[in-house]
Design a protein around this ligand. Structure first.
Ligand SMILES: Cc1cc2nc3c(=O)[nH]c(=O)nc-3n(C[C@H](O)[C@H](O)[C@H](O)COP(=O)(O)O)c2cc1C
Length: 253
């Protein structure tokens, strides 16, 4: 049975976002999935202290809290629902705080998170304001090597049932194999960016990419990439290699 982890980034464990996740879990459970809902507000999660030792030296974070428990839950899941209320046009502080703690995985993606399907949810008071928050959660998922596969936003004060059809693409990825994966241009571009900066800048990143066999190739793992996308990405790689040094030199001046 496939396991879905639902992460609620709201500081309110019984608030609107928690209620949306409960509604979202219904069609998934009916379809036979196990859905575990995790309230970040109930976990001991501290902010990043900004030492950057995890990124620059590959050290384990010295902050003693439950971030590793959360990471292990994410690793074990077949798919992730990532939810946040919209606060001041963005995700909650609590969720942002968790993202900050994952900065080393942004540089050196965790192989157990790479390729994991993510579905993003939010609640807000007003319509249309969710876009930046949703786009941000999807962006971070991309940078961690995961695969955003749909989103849903509802007004907190007007709860509606969640139609299971909204999870169509997400569940297809949950059920599918990596070799069936056809990465989007965005996914390929993101990988190339990570690969390029890993090989050019931090020795720690470079070593990690080589160790994982990610220093060459167009994606983290063998998958279907059509001729056109291959061509575009080879060109982007060539152009980035040609101009990256120049851009860095100029911004340092
Ligand atoms: C600090 C704060 C900031 C908020 N900012 C916004 C906002 O920018 N746009 C909006 O539409 N709603 C905003 N809201 C309303 C929440 O997004 C909305 O009530 C949401 O459903 C709350 O979810 P929760 O119960 O899980 O916290 C804000 C609420 C709070 C407490």
């Amino acid at each position: 049975m496939k396991q879905i982890l639902a992460i609620n980034g709201s500081p309110r464990a019984h608030g609107n976002t928690a209620a949306l996740l409960e509604r979202a879990a219904l069609p998934l459970r009916e379809a036979g999935y196990t859905v575990e809902i995790v309230q970040l507000s109930k976990m001991d999660l501290r902010p990043c202290r900004g030492c950057a030792a995890c990124v620059e030296k590959g050290f384990r974070c010295k902050t003693q809290d439950e971030i590793e428990i959360l990471l292990d839950q994410m690793r074990a899941a077949d798919g992730i629902l990532l939810a946040s209320p919209i606060y001041m046009w963005q995700v909650s502080t609590l969720l942002k705080q968790v993202f900050d703690r994952l900065v080393s995985y942004f540089h050196r993606p965790d192989p157990q998170l790479v390729g994991k399907p993510v579905f993003v949810l939010s609640t807000s008071a007003g319509p249309f304001v969710y876009r930046k928050g949703i786009a941000y959660m999807e962006e971070i998922a991309h940078h961690l090597g995961m695969r955003p596969a749909g989103h849903l936003s509802q007004l907190g004060a007007s709860p509606k049932p969640v139609n299971g059809k909204v999870f169509g693409r997400f569940l297809k990825l949950v059920e599918g194999s990596r070799t069936d994966h056809r990465p989007s241009l965005k996914e390929l571009f993101n990988f190339m960016l990570q690969q390029g900066s890993a090989m050019a800048f931090l020795p720690e990143d470079r070593k990690y990419f080589i160790e994982h066999g990610w220093d060459k190739g167009l994606y983290y793992y063998p998958c279907k990439i059509n001729f056109l996308k291959r061509g575009i990405m080879r060109f982007v790689g060539w152009a980035a290699g040609k101009f990256a040094g120049k851009i860095v030199d100029e911004s340092a001046a």
